[in-house]
Each structure stands twice: as C-alpha cells, then as structure tokens.
Design a binder for this molecule. Structure first.
Ligand SMILES: [Ca+2]
Length: 372
C-alpha cells in the first residue's frame, strides 16, 4: 500500500497525464475526475499527521488541482466552441440591406444563430458601398467585426436607401472592403462543397459569379434565395391570394435569375408564397424591448425605414437554414421568363421550393432566438 508521499508522487504523475489528455477532447474528463478523486483522497485521509509532514508537497498538488480544474473549464468551453464551429453550416449572405428593412432582420437572425458560421456578408444592387458601411456598423455594434464585408457590383436604381443615415454615421467603418465576387469565389475555392450562399437581394452578384467562373460556383454546397412568386403575388397574407407576379429580387436582374435556375447548383427557393410574414406591433414591442446590441440596431434601422409594419421576407431563408420544418420544400421545375415571372415548368426539378409556412411558428422561432 502506498503512503501519502507515494500518492502525492502518483498525483504529480496524474497531473501530467491530465494535462496531456486535455488536448484530446472530451476524453479529458475521465483523467480529470481521476485527479480530483486523487486530490480528495490526499486531503481527506485520516492520517492527517502524515499529511502535515508532507504539507509542502500537498500544497503543490492543491495548486496543480486548481490549475487543472481551471484548464478543464477553459478546455471544455473551447472544445464546445470548436465543436459548434466545426458542425456549423458555412454561409455567405448576399444582401441589399438598407432599402427595405427585412434584410437587417435576416442578418440579425443569422448573427444570433450558432448553427451558422458566417464566412462573410456581401452587398448587392444599388449603392453597394453604402450598404457595406451599414453592415460595418451593424456588425461593429454587435461585436462581430471579424466577419468580412464584401462590396458587390453597384447598379443604378431609383429605390430609396431608407437607412442611409445609419450607414453614413460612419461608426465602425472599415477602410477597405473586398470585391464581393472575388471574395465569394475565393471562399468557395477554400471550402469546396461546404458553403451555402444565401441571397437576399437582386441576383446581380450571382450573375457575375456565373459569368466569371461557373465551375467554381457549382462547388457551392447550395444556394438559398428569397425570391420568386409561384402561386401568389404581393398582398395581405390574411386576404384572398393575389395572382403571381414578378418578384423584386428576380425582376431586378432577370438574366442572372435565369442563369441561377439553369446552373445545376442545388437551389432552395423561398418565394412570396411563404415569406409574407408581418411583424405586427405586439411582436415589434417585444423585440425592441430586448435591449440587446442587435435589437437596438434593428430599432434604429426600423425607425429610419419609416414605415409601420415590416414584412420579414428575407429572414425566412435564415430560419430555413436553422430549422427546415419552418419552411418545408418540395422539388419543382421553375422557369424564369423574360418578364421575371417564376412559372412551374414541365422539365426535371431544378429547385426545392417552399410554398407554405406557418407565420406563428416562424415568429415564435424568430422572437425566441432574438430574445436570447
Ligand atoms: Ca432584400
């Protein structure tokens, strides 16, 4: 039988073993427990006299125990984060944030979703430089400045940039931004088959990506878009359905949309049919009183937008990424015509389309997530 001194020496050996195991993931828990038990034996043994004789040695063990326990906690946390990061879906968001308000709500949802690893956010359509500055500030306010922001191809538009003043304030403004198309292609090359590109605006950058390097584009894991109008157009979701019509994101770059639907890349479509989700007053009050950095940013942006009830078209793409049940999809052949209509075709399926969603379920998810 070993004496206390022998246990102490064995304890030191275990310490090294535990430190070694700490680099080996969750298996480190067992040696950590062994060490703690060992420490307990040392300090609880009835031979206190012996322990006093070996006080200095035991003090060393106590310090080592505390150090290892602290390391274990840090390690557990790191392993958890690394594990979450390794399992998280890699996404790039392409957005026309700044005109309508729903893009900001979508970006905020993505930032609040640990299931998603945001490799970057790129801006699309209109004043893409100013949109990038808006994102700089929003990400800065949320403490997420490490997320790259790419500037998309600018286009002429008469659409009103309602949230320009938020962007112009220049808070957290970055000196430079990468070009969106270069950035996206670069990310795909570094993560082939792993990236979901989430498109929340007109498909200008997507058309340019397909023109520049269709092979690399097809190495995306998939594309998820808010866009199209299959059976239903814009209108009051509680009223009788309105007939389908050219939807904004499709009609503002029809050739790009046609290229995307013909590209062969796995494509998931959230059209008007399932995305006219009204953030009414009760829900807004709840959201805006959360007082987090993100909900505060949304509060400011909402007031600059200057209308009453947002329709959260875009956030459904992000919600779908996190929980597919929120917008069940079905295979469909979709043809984009010269006017930007997205019609059912007769060929093989080229998209997975969500035609129905439950607004109550969606908002329960959205508000619950943002209130964390
Ligand atoms: Ca949008």
């Amino acid at each position: 039988m070993r004496g206390d001194k022998g246990i102490a020496q064995a304890g030191r050996r275990e310490n090294f073993q535990v430190t070694y195991y700490l680099g080996m993931g969750t298996s480190s828990r067992r040696p950590l427990r062994v060490l703690c038990e060992l420490c307990g034996k040392v300090f609880n043994r009835k031979g206190r006299k012996d322990i006093r004789e070996d006080r200095k040695e035991n003090r060393e063990i106590r310090i080592l125990c505390l150090a290892v326990a602290a390391l274990g906690l840090v390690h557990g946390s790191l392993a958890q984060n690394l594990g979450a990061s390794a399992l998280a879906e890699k996404i790039i968001i392409d957005t026309d944030v700044g005109d309508d308000i729903d893009d900001a709500f979508a970006v905020a949802l993505a930032l609040s979703s640990p299931e998603l690893q945001i490799l970057g956010i790129t801006t699309a359509f209109g004043d893409t430089e100013m949109r990038a500055r808006l994102l700089d500030r929003m990400l800065g306010e949320a403490g997420r400045q490490a997320i790259p922001v790419g500037v998309g191809i600018p286009t002429k538009t008469n659409n009103v940039f309602t949230q320009r003043r938020y962007a112009e304030a220049g808070r957290f403004a970055r000196v430079t931004h990468p070009a969106a198309v270069d950035f996206i292609l670069d990310q795909i090359r570094h993560n082939p088959g792993e990236i979901t590109l989430v498109c929340l605006g007109p498909l200008v950058n997507i058309g340019a990506l397909l023109d520049r390097d269709p092979q690399t584009f097809r190495r995306l894991k998939r594309v998820v878009i808010m866009g199209g109008s299959i059976d239903r157009g814009y209108g009051d979701p509680y009223g009788p359905p309105t007939p389908p019509e050219p939807e904004w994101n499709i009609k503002n770059d029809i050739p790009a949309a046609q290229k995307l639907f013909a590209s062969g890349v796995p494509l998931y479509v959230m059209p008007l049919d399932s995305t006219q989700l009204k953030l009414d007053e009760v829900k807004r009050e709840y959201l805006f009183r959360q007082g987090t950095a993100l909900t505060d940013a949304l509060t400011l942006l909402y007031h600059q937008w200057g209308q009453q009830t947002p329709t959260l078209f875009d956030p459904m793409t992000i919600a779908f990424m996190v929980d597919k049940k929120l917008c069940p999809v079905e295979p469909m052949n979709v043809v984009v015509d010269e006017k930007g209509m997205t019609r059912r075709g007769s060929g093989a399926s080229n998209a997975q389309v969500c035609l129905h969603s439950d607004p109550e379920q969606f908002f329960r998810f959205y508000l619950g997530r943002m209130a964390r």
